[in-house]
Design a protein around this ligand. Sequence first.
Ligand code: BEZ
Length: 211
Amino acid sequence: MAVRLGDDAPDFTAETTEGTLSFYDWKGDSWALLFSHPKDFTPVCTTELGAVAGRKPEFDKRDTKIIGLSVDPLDSHQDWAGDIADVTGNALNFPLIADADRKVADLYDMIHPEANDTLTVRSIFVIGPDNKVKLTLTYPASTGRNWDEILRVIDSLQLTAKHKVATPSDWTDGDDVIISGAVSDEDAKDAFPDGWDAKKPYLRLTKQPDK
Ligand code: BEZ
């Protein structure tokens, strides 16, 4: 069954390039990015894995642990790691799940039979400190992902978890934000002392809190 927003992220134990781990134990109270790619030794996947490895410091800044997955076996992941470093200049620096029996892929519904009945699609799950699913995204094999967008979404998820705000289209960290519709103007005066710009009664822009 599909894993949807707000669901408890399914826990699992899996063999990875960094040893066998239990997902909840490994994740602890951090945020996590769990993503699948279709297959080792394929071009788009090679660029993606290097791109994620290169951004690890940015995920670390956001207290977000990274874990990848495909249905290839462990020795394949280990051999492929050399190519990733060779092609992208970034060595694999996060665990890659070897899900040859598709246990985790099935738990998270990462195999979409109408796309390919044996390989995982490019699934993304961002999971919060409470182990609830905060974001799901699915891309086809032919389209490599933009990891800066994933970092941008994590910024929004973390901000909106802490403050009664939402982030507008194309928002990036530091831009003005929208005061939640659940906050009355009266309450907003206390919560947002710098005030706001009411473009419409339902669209009140204010400075990003904590900036
Ligand atoms: C790729 O990463 O390039 C790829 C993987 C599986 C199917 C098609 C393309």
